[in-house]
Design a protein around this ligand. Structure first.
Ligand code: FAD
Length: 377
């Protein structure tokens, strides 16, 4: 048996790289098993930060994500801070709204605040503390420029779609890797409350499908909605003045103009450039018994299936189950994790790509409504 860097009688050390959603949850899983967990994150600690930047303001938490939260005793708390969405609410061009349920009566997904979820997970039980560092070649660079050589029994790469840990895998033979940028970008806009109340029905994921592009809106606890406009980059770039923004919304999303507000639309459209979306597939997810990838570092997916974070959370639970099965023997656990997890994560990536078309084009077609009817039987 290999000796832990901390010595024969010491607890095994796990270095989790990336304190985003998946890294923070993973740290809770390892801590629950009694490992000595060190969490490395490049960003300022978001629990103290005034402005928190992330990949989206809110996101949809579904069953697979909830199961993982339940495992570390955090499901109830997170669910109590989310807003149930029982159905999609389809907005037609003429302003008509039609609900399409997500499942059977009583089933729903939850709109949760990304920053709050991340903070709750970082405050999760038994994490020794977070080190804010930037890593290069498994030597971690502190924010003051000095280096720290980290010795750990296991390095877990949870450092997102542009993972620095994954870069080390690229140097190795028989590592498969592909990445695809889709032609669409996304931009977030805020729909404020009206007279202190939600501007639209809150318990829905609102969708404006417009074939080559679409807008969606998820509710927040402060009674705002975060609207996300998905559109090819070239379309974003065609709009260069405030008046053109209004003209565009008038043509495609007329019912949203009074709800977001003319001045806010003219201003916020130009606040930040549209963001890119990438799909990443790779295999294997591990190197020997020392290093493993999880979350977006292993499988960034386009957001149209609402499953990127949920699949990353499921990675943690699957890994934990395999740890149990193989008595925490990393040399057996890591290959088994790759064997079990790669096909499922690749399937999620494919489904997300498929839903990229379905959500904006088919969601209001007769075919889609027929399929949903069959699904709900
Ligand atoms: P990230 O959230 O990217 O976190 C990675 C962390 O690693 C960051 O904190 C980063 O600062 C840190 N880091 C990076 N490099 C280093 C380094 N070198 N050293 C140390 N730390 C480092 N998923 C859903 O399930 N439901 C949704 O509704 C949903 N909606 C989405 C909407 C949009 C617009 C987008 C873009 C994505 C959406 N997703 C959704 C996907 C979801 O955001 C990701 O799957 C999720 O954030 C992955 O979490 P992660 O922890 O793996 O990566």
């Amino acid at each position: 048996m290999e000796e832990s860097p901390g010595g024969p009688s010491q607890k095994k050390v796990v270095a989790v790289v990336g304190g985003g959603l998946v890294g923070a949850l993973n740290a809770c899983f390892f801590a629950k098993r009694g490992f000595d967990v060190e969490l490395f994150e490049t960003r300022e600690d978001i629990r103290q930060a005034k402005i928190v930047r992330g990949r989206s303001i809110n996101l949809a938490l579904s069953h697979r994500g909830r199961q993982a939260l339940k495992h570390v005793g955090m499901e109830e708390k997170i669910v109590s801070q989310g807003i149930p969405m029982h159905a999609r609410m389809i907005h037609s061009l003429n302003g008509k709204q039609s609900p399409i349920p997500y499942g059977k009566k009583g089933q729903y997904i939850l709109s949760v605040d990304r920053a709050n979820l991340n903070k709750e997970l970082l405050t999760g039980k038994n994490i020794n503390g977070m080190k804010l560092m930037c890593r290069v070649n498994f030597v971690f660079l502190r924010s003051d420029g000095s280096e720290e050589q980290v010795e750990a029994d296991l390095i877990v790469g949870c450092d997102g779609a542009f993972s620095a840990i994954r870069k080390q895998f690229l140097r190795r033979s028989r590592f498969n890797y592909s990445q695809t940028y889709i032609p669409h970008g996304y931009m977030e806009l805020t729909m404020p409350p009206i007279n202190g109340e939600f501007a639209m029905k809150p318990n829905y994921l609102h969708i404006w499908p417009r074939n080559t592009f679409m807008m969606i809106a998820l509710p927040n606890l402060d009674k705002t909605f975060t609207c996300t406009l998905f559109m090819p980059f070239e379309e974003f770039e065609k709009i260069t003045t405030g008046d053109e923004v209004i003209e565009f919304f008038q043509k495609y999303f007329p019912d949203a103009i009074p709800l977001i507000g003319v001045d806010a639309l003219k201003r916020d459209y130009f606040r930040l450039p549209a963001q890119a979306m990438v799909s990443v597939k790779c295999s294997p997810y591990h190197i020997g018994s020392k290093c493993v990838l999880m979350g977006d570092a292993a499988h960034a997916v386009v957001p149209f299936y609402g499953q990127g974070m949920n699949a990353g959370f499921e990675d943690c639970i699957v890994f934990d189950e395999i740890m149990e099965q193989f008595n925490e023997d990393f040399s057996a656990v890591l290959p088994e994790y790759t064997r079990v997890r790669v096909p499922d994560d690749h399937a999620i990536a494919d489904l997300a790509m498929y839903n990229y078309i379905e959500m904006r084009a088919h969601v209001n077609s007769k075919w889609f409504l027929f399929r949903k009817h069959i699904d709900n039987l």
